[in-house]
Design a protein around this ligand. Sequence first.
Ligand SMILES: Cc1ncc(COP(=O)(O)O)c(C=O)c1O
Length: 494
Amino acid sequence: MPTTNTGASTMDLLTHHNKELELDGSQFRDLIEKIVERLEANIDSIDTQDASNEALPQLTLSKTFPEHPDDLSTILNQLFSEVIPYGYNTSGPGFLGYFGGGGLPHSAAADLIAGTVNRFIGRWVAAPGAVQLEASVIRWFEAMVGYPDSARGTFTSGGSQSNQTALFTARQHYLRGKDLRRARIYASDQAHFSLNKSAMICGFPNDAIRYIASDRSGCLQVDLLEALIEQDRKDGYLPFFIFANGGTFTTGAVDDLTSITTIAKRQDVWVHVDAAYGGFFALTEHGKALFKGIEQCDSITLDPHKSLFLPYGTGALIVKDGKTLKQAHEIDADFYGPIQDDPSRIDFCSYSTEQTREWRGLRIWLPLMLHGIEPFRENLEEKLLLAKHAANILRNTPGLELVFEPTLSVLAFHLVILDQSDENLRKINQALLEKINSKKTIFLMLTTIKDTYCIRFCALSFRTHLDRVNCGLKQIQQATLELQETWNTATTTQ
Ligand SMILES: Cc1ncc(COP(=O)(O)O)c(C=O)c1O
């Protein structure tokens, strides 16, 4: 009788197969309840947790699979005390760095369902109900921006993947069989760096992107755009893609989409708007006005893990003419069988580079179904007001300068001390940031805008409210005073 490498005979293994991995319902409930106990404590203490923890975890890198099982409480202890508490507390109310939506726990509950039932979302036939539910969520997004029924979309891991998919779709639409070295892409100097990555991955050379200077509010200078496209065309290049901003990383600026799409129509080029951060502000009156013309854009990146407050790993791309998204991704594979064309029977694998993936739509659907859209809208209105409020306080704090007025919920400021060199101002602002973050009430980041060193303040989490912002603002003012004293004393004693 042949034996396996565990020493058991193959017949033994077949007749007494290992059932350890098959939890029954009550074992599963037991596992989840123990995990939920820890999560409950985590959620209930979120207001008192530090906004960041710069200490390094004492973990040792493990190079081999674990040979022996550990018990659940040891594993959970390790996770909740040695892993999770390090770095930035991106789910807490004090996280005002990057674009942190907080991560609605409802979505984690949806992930529990999605992971447990483990449906295959790539093809309609494999999970018709689940696919239709996901298609409805995409339809909600399309309706928000005013796209027609012919639009299609796909969920992605985030804004970078959405931007890349948009660029690839436009490439396939405009440049099949053409020399990619002659291709030209247009963006303002405030475009997110995921554009560079996308261009590299889509096979474009470094100089394919033509950056256009942004104006004082951080928007692309539209009057420079058309002349540049025309000149490039005269010089034998292939202009095909404008990458517009729908809320830049540093200033929240939204480009003039109406003018850009008018030019794009005349020049026959694709307009993509990177609304990864700003897109869902279109739910507010202020945002609606800013995003005027968005329905004319060919494709839009939206990141529910930013301005819809969901956990990381939730992005979306919607494309006005859904056929283009499909034509870019569809291939003939016998094992697929016939691909659906019916809008209510979408085969998502023909609209994306992904085939097998998680049921991402459910994590968006569940919180929206449970609460309706209104609390999301109100939270976004509140974030706009918080940024305005913070801007007012910072503007009126002696020594601080607002570098850009907030267009949405992000702003940038810096401390200016007279007669200091650029290098000293950089050091001063670095020190200011360190002082603010060391209090661990809020967490801010540094950024540079047009070579100016700034501190970036972004209110986006559903957990961030006036009390936390006011606390943070007081600490900024206190740290500013301390630094002014230190530097003024240093200067007078020199
Ligand atoms: C404007 C903008 N676009 C794209 C991205 C990339 O999104 P993600 O980090 O989800 O890939 C970001 C990230 O901050 C962003 O701010």
